[in-house]
Write a protein that binds this ligand. Structure first.
Ligand SMILES: *[C@@H]1O[C@H](CO)[C@@H](O)[C@H](O)[C@H]1NC(C)=O
Ligand SMILES: *[C@@H]1O[C@H](CO)[C@@H](O)[C@H](O)[C@H]1NC(C)=O
Ligand SMILES: *[C@@H]1O[C@H](CO)[C@@H](O)[C@H](O)[C@H]1NC(C)=O
Ligand SMILES: *[C@@H]1O[C@H](CO)[C@@H](O)[C@H](O)[C@H]1NC(C)=O
Length: 326
């Protein structure tokens, strides 16, 4: 095989989806809205939290759909983590005051809420508890079939377990890989997911995704995590429950989706959508699967570019984008 043909063949083999990926973006969220996290309703529509305003939006996963303001929280400046509970169409949402000027949280400002819907579709939000002892709640995930929610603490570098029935909050996992390691922008553990008998987590300053055997229901988790992805400007991520492949929402400078297949754990993610020098996915913050489309269709929240929230010079609205992998 001639070298050029070989290289072309190699790239086509290694990166089968790069050129074919179709991406559909919602309409922009209002300028100044930092779209932080997303969850899926049983209907397939998407709930999206905004961290720079205390807002939750609902948006259909398709091209040019309009984000619809669903709820405004009182007594807080933003909404961050959101996860579906074990009960259909009931969600847990964390709120709190975070400054994008200083990249720091207001201690004692965080709380967790339950969001459900009445028969006629009206959202009902009820505060469950203040999360005063958690320095900076970030990613959250429900533990299937239990009342537990795992909550990542980006600043403290812990994963907490919150019992939504007894309202008890305990330290679930403590490990050096969860800790912030920079002194300016301090972000340790960020996203948390349960998949295939493992707890997967991302750690932003350490630029990794890792996993450790876990059910999420243990009182305390112990052991040594295995590195899944390295050298990645990771925010949140999602696992393909069917085969262990991991898709990483990569912030600046990558502005794209990084991919690590199950047989390449420990490597640097391959960019499969967006990427440096592209603007199609500016500031990805989270990724989930579209309804009934594990391994096929990603839903990705983007901020429209992180820098604007620091400078206050707003340059473009965030989106919920649909990334077709097949
Ligand atoms: C958080 O923000 C809300 C709304 O501005 C404010 O009322 C509250 O005092 C703040 N809490 C803290 C702990 O800063
Ligand atoms: C405001 O939020 C804080 C932190 O979650 C909580 O402790 C406090 O009770 C809230 N105040 C009101 C009036 O809801
Ligand atoms: C992005 O653009 C810079 C400046 O033009 C260039 O040096 C770099 O190689 C580009 N990166 C990619 C991944 O194309
Ligand atoms: C705001 O951002 C735009 C686009 O990047 C840039 O052209 C402009 O100079 C910026 N303005 C300020 C005041 O920084």
């Amino acid at each position: 095989m001639a070298t050029r043909t070989f290289i072309f063949w190699l790239m086509a083999t290694l990166l089968p989806a790069v050129h074919g990926l179709r991406i559909e973006a919602s309409q922009d969220f209002p300028l100044g809205s930092e779209v932080e996290n997303i969850a899926l309703r049983p209907s397939g529509s998407v709930l999206a939290t905004v961290y720079t305003f205390p807002h939750i939006y609902e948006v259909a996963p398709r091209s040019n759909s309009t984000p619809k303001l669903l709820h405004t929280f009182a007594n807080t400046t933003g909404a961050c983590g959101i996860t579906a509970s074990s009960t259909p169409d009931v969600f847990f949402v964390v709120t709190g005051n975070f400054s994008f000027q200083t990249f720091s949280p207001a201690p004692g400002s965080y709380a967790i809420h339950r969001l459900s819907f009445t028969k006629c579709g009206r959202p009902v939000v009820e505060q469950l508890a203040a999360l005063g002892t958690i320095a900076q709640p970030n990613g959250i995930i429900s533990v299937p079939g239990t009342p537990y929610v795992l909550i990542a603490d980006s600043l403290g570098g812990f994963i907490y377990q919150f019992d939504t029935k007894t309202l008890q909050l305990t330290t679930y996992f403590d490990h050096p890989l969860l800790k912030p390691t920079r002194s300016d922008i301090r972000f340790g553990v960020n996203g948390v997911k349960l998949s295939r008998g493992f707890l997967y987590f991302s750690s932003t300053n350490q630029q990794i995704v890792a996993r450790i055997k876990a059910t999420g229901a243990e009182a305390v988790l112990a052991g040594s995590p295995e590195i899944v992805a390295t050298s990645t400007p990771v925010d949140d991520f999602i696992v393909n429950d069917l085969n262990g492949d991991v898709y990483v929402a990569e912030s600046e400078p990558n502005n794209g989706i990084g991919f690590v297949s199950e047989n390449a754990y420990g490597s640097v993610p391959v960019t499969i959508a967006g990427g440096p020098n592209t603007t199609v996915l500016m500031g990805p913050t989270a990724a989930i699967w579209a309804k009934g489309a594990v391994g096929k269709t990603l839903l990705v929240s983007t901020t429209g570019g992180f820098e604007q929230f620091f400078t206050g010079n707003y340059t473009g609205g965030g989106t919920v984008s649909v990334v077709h992998l097949d």
